[in-house]
Write a protein of this length. Structure first.
Length: 206
């Protein structure tokens, strides 16, 4: 992929379609597109896969249209705000149940065996000026431990996980990232997690 100035995006042409057709990524000045460029360099297979899926959905709809549809919505959410988690099963269980005190206080020592990796470039931009409620959308598929910390292997694995059928289900779970041990000094106080406006329980069904 090549990075080109935003002015090279022709009027009336969808951003995702232009990337798919030309291999050029229109880029503006500013942190948002800066982090997008970093993501392209760190996760090239994943970013290319996201673009392929966007282009396929645009073609299926006969153009961009006013409504993105569930797959394009999920693709955009992933591209902007996704994170990956490699962690012991106990952390995963607590995260999926949104048992925040258990996740971050009771099981805190287990975070030494975990790794959170950000994929969404808008998420990275928010963290430049951090605030407590910044929340990532974690893909509900654990990163295999045998990948270690090889980001090239993470990228290839992740690209292989992404397809329209999976994304249409919005396979994400929320994670207030500044609650992750070591990410913000304020979370060393267990009372940090008492804020129910950020650390929200699962909504009752029905």
């Amino acid at each position: 992929m090549n990075f080109v100035h935003q002015t090279e995006l022709p009027a009336g042409t969808a951003y995702e379609q232009h990337i798919f057709d030309t291999g050029n990524v229109p880029t503006r000045e500013g942190l948002h597109d800066f982090f997008n460029g970093l993501c392209w360099m760190r996760f090239p297979f994943t970013k290319q896969r996201l673009n392929q899926l966007q282009a396929a959905e645009i073609a299926k709809a006969g153009g961009v249209g006013q409504l993105r549809g569930p797959v394009r919505d999920a693709l955009t959410l992933f591209d902007e705000n996704a994170a990956l988690l490699q962690a012991p099963q106990a952390l995963w269980d607590a995260l999926l149940e949104r048992e925040w005190k258990r996740l971050f206080v009771d099981l805190r020592p287990l975070w030494a065996q975990a790794r959170v990796v950000l994929v969404g470039h808008a998420l990275m931009e928010k963290l430049v000026t951090p605030y407590k409620s910044i929340t990532a959308h974690v893909l509900r598929v654990p990163v295999p431990h045998d990948l270690g910390d090889d980001m090239g292997a993470w990228d290839a694995w992740l690209a292989g996980q992404l397809n329209a059928e999976v994304l249409a289900t919005k396979p994400f779970t929320p994670l207030p990232v500044l609650g992750v041990p070591g990410w913000w000094s304020a979370n060393e106080d267990a009372r940090f997690y008492d804020d129910a406006t950020v650390f929200r329980p699962i909504r009752p069904q029905g």
